[in-house]
Design a protein around this ligand. Structure first.
Ligand SMILES: [Zn+2]
Length: 393
């Protein structure tokens, strides 16, 4: 006797959720259909027969976003680092970038053993300091004469699809006495390898206009709202520097990369009020902040930006469409366009009063928290809350 399941037209029908897909200006109740690993075109008459679908998921009362992209995470740090899928999938995150945890020493190993095996789509920046990120009290040496350009050449030739760009950290304890030479040399190398430079500049030793002036189109300034040391993106009058606006016009991108200590609510609030929203919202999670208070995960960081006054669709854009473009994967991820990979995050919006805190002791009153309910990666359920099933009814 032959037992077979009937062939169904669709694998999934995510039914009746509030879809927010900034890549297509969709912000309202809609259905999402999936065939195998891709988002499917809806039928022309809009009528879907449940008999054509293997699994119908009732998404009413929930948000449906393209799978989130965490643009700044550390999958290696001080000998451990976050296990990619253990963080990503339960957080609605289906793609992420490691922000230069590893330099040329060890990058190949990192790609083959950390990035390639993950279910999430991952890329990483190469730290220009060969040894990669070091810890407090033992910072990496960012002297340009130590950059291993031959090793970078080798890596770009073999692993370009996994490389997001180059990464440099400057600031107190890291680049003291070296001026902006590490930045200038790193930008030169980024242009040579036809890639972008991501710059970490917390506790910067030079004013932001001088730093931004050395960055070009496609480069990323991380930790946009940091307030350590004498300089932030705000001038003495509390206004975003005209030179910072000018850098944005030239194509420099600004990633919030929150971190435990890299986002001051007062700087972020002032900048957002002046219309200077981040291009990208990311966590900067490390081993000691993933699933722990203050940072926790990307949906929590997104909820902070809702509390800071950004509209939901803009927050979602900063975690989907824009980072997908920066990863060179526009149209493939970060969108629910038919034909794209079926990466989806289903979320519940919890509405009640609570407070966020930043590392300066500032409080941010909030009323909305995004709670992940189900994550699909390339058309497969990779995580789901049991409360988001019929089993608990
Ligand atoms: Zn970082």
């Amino acid at each position: 006797m032959k037992i077979s399941e009937p062939v169904r037209k669709y694998n999934f029908w995510l039914r009746g959720g509030h879809v927010v897909d900034p890549s297509r200006d969709i912000d309202g109740i809609a259905d999402v259909l999936i065939v195998n690993s891709r988002i499917a075109e809806p039928p022309e008459d809009g009528r879907i027969d449940p008999g054509d679908v293997r699994e119908v998921v009732d998404c009413s009362g929930h948000y449906v976003f393209p799978g989130l992209i965490d643009h700044h995470v550390h999958f290696s740090w001080n000998t451990s680092g976050i296990a990619p899928d253990l963080y990503c999938l339960p957080s609605g995150v289906t793609a992420a970038c490691d922000a230069g945890s590893i330099g040329t020493n060890g990058f190949e190993n990192f790609v083959r053993h950390r990035l390639m095996p993950a279910a999430a789509t991952l890329k990483a920046s190469i730290n220009v300091a060969s040894g990669g990120l070091a810890g407090a009290g033992y910072m990496e040496d960012v002297s340009p004469e130590l950059y291993d350009v031959r090793a970078m050449e080798y890596l770009f030739e073999r692993y370009r699809d996994y490389i997001y760009g180059l990464k440099l950290r400057i600031g107190k304890d890291i680049s003291e006495g070296k001026g902006l030479r590490p930045l200038e040399e790193s930008v030169r190398l980024a242009r040579m390898f036809h890639t972008r430079l991501s710059l970490h500049a917390t506790y910067p030793l030079e004013p932001l206009p001088k730093i931004a002036a050395r960055m070009g189109e496609g480069d990323v300034l991380c930790h946009t709202f940091q307030a350590m040391g004498p300089y932030s993106i705000l001038n003495e009058a509390g206004q975003v520097y005209p030179e910072v606006w000018e850098a944005r016009r030239r194509g420099v991108l600004f990633d919030s990369a929150q971190g435990r200590v890299h986002c001051s609510f007062s700087v972020a609030r002032a900048a957002i009020e002046q219309g200077f929203c981040p291009d990208v919202i990311s966590t900067d999670l490390i081993t000691f902040s993933a699933y722990q208070e203050r940072l926790f995960s990307l949906p929590v960081v997104m909820s902070r930006f809702l509390a800071l006054g950004m509209p939901l669709a803009e927050v979602v854009r900063c975690c989907t469409q824009t980072p997908a473009r920066l990863m060179g994967l526009a149209g493939q991820i970060g969108t629910l366009r038919p034909g794209a990979l079926a990466d989806v995050a289903v979320m519940k919006m919890e509405e009640r009063r609570f407070e966020f805190q930043d590392s300066c002791g500032d409080c941010l009153p909030a009323s909305r928290m995004l709670l992940p309910r189900m994550t699909l990666k390339a058309g497969r359920t990779v995580w789901r809350d049991i409360a988001f099933t019929g089993m608990m009814r």
